[in-house]
Design a binder for this molecule. Sequence first.
Ligand code: NOJ
Ligand code: CA
Length: 541
Amino acid sequence: MLIQDLWYKNAVVYCVNVERFVDANGDGIGDFEGLMRRLDYLAGLGVTCLWILPFYPSPRRDDGYDVADYYGVDPRYGTAGDFVELMHQAREHGMRVIVDLVINHTSIQHPWFRDARANPKSKYRDWYVWSKKRPRGWNKGMVFPPVQTSTWSYDPVARHYYFHRFFDFQPDLDTASPEVRTEIKRIMGYWLELGVSGFRVDAVPFVISTKGPDVKPRHDFGFLREMREFLQWRQGDAVLFAEANVPPNADLDYFGDRDDRMHMMFNFVVNQNVFYALASGDTRPLVRALERTRQHPMTAQWGHFLRNNDELDLGRLTDAQRQLVFETFAPDKKAQLYGRGIRRRLAPMLDGDRRRMELAYSLMFTLPGTPVIRYGDEIGMGDNLALPDRQAFRTPMQWSAEPHGGFSAAKRTVLPVIDDEVFGYRRVNAADQRRDPDSFLNWIERIVRMRKEVPEIGWGDWQVLGTGSPHVLAIRYEWRGNAVVAVHNVDAKPHTIRPGAKLVNLLSDDHSDGHKITIEGYGYRWYRVGGLGETLSGERA
Ligand code: NOJ
Ligand code: CA
């Protein structure tokens, strides 16, 4: 079951929503053709793995996380032929592709559910979770309060209540059913045959939860092993990348202590503590989060990110910490969501302050794991709080100063492109930043390149070094006899640290002979320990 190639440990992942990226045929909706035309841009950025958000036929009441057909492409974005063409072109550009696997629930419009509700004898009836009477916990356990108000809804056609962990248009599949499990593997097998390198698995803790009106929820980790086995047998180098926002003591249950469950997980705990560090200037809780999520299985890897396609979830901070992050980055209640998160992009949270944006990304790119960038963040896009819920930060990509930011030639676009004074497409767009060597886009390109040249971060062992300052985080990574140190000062004021070894700066000329380093407010440094030549001699060792 051991994966044959640990490519994902030194990958640069880019998360893209086809619908919001580029519209090639001018109907106002992004499409596969448009994405293909931008592969050069992504390759130039240094992306090695595309993660494509759901593009399956869907009523899209939850941006495609309500799937109506697992074996298709929504005609608004193109055809299955376009998907295969994208796979081919991505490979030509040296990019792998992973896709979302959304199998906790289907859309209420999925033919399985339609048949299940209409016909009690349907074989699909047992694929969902029903109750004749309204179950006791019907108004508990919602993921999207207060927008979502229950987890059991009455279906007048079936004359039963059905269970939905998320919105009422997303009925849960009974993932304990052997038939459902077989179908899930079919779906995985299908996309693997079309060339994907794995899946971002949606809502994993809920997928493996036992479900039913009288069931005390229990996690069946065996199913993760089943998925891993199937995947790895079919394709030796494919990965499962879990969305599982769980406490650190549950990590190993998801990775599997014998390299037999998920290959990768998003590190939500570290993510929240990065934002706490940026808000408070104190890196100590972040260090604790890193230590508590240290990973042991050989093939396991964390995915690190700053912002993702959902609200910035702060649910794992203490109340006081969360309050501080809210006050710092989203004082306006309108910018808060579901009582636990922030519905903003990174750049506006940091007031577009270039120093702090660089600090945040430099820190993210040096966290022990694999970096995941979200489309638009590489140019510092903003958000539009006039849009409902999570749409605020899901606006179309800003390509140029042309109408609709060059996203589309249509009169109306699927969602308005941001057009304000500060973060609107006239001021923030890829074309202008491409021309400007000092732009954020070109800085991101350089830091991506540097991250790839420092595989110690993705592969190696790491250790937090004492810096004598709570504001300064220093991590040393070691792999194959080579060592790198990254230093980040999350405070506005300069601080001095003593590294005790000769350090060669990888980003600028100020090296250190081992005495002291003064690091300016919001400063960051990447050093190679010893001389640069040591890389080569070390490799032979
Ligand atoms: C997690 C996804 O990231 C989110 O966007 C979605 O709404 C839920 N899962 C339900 O599928
Ligand atoms: Ca289109």
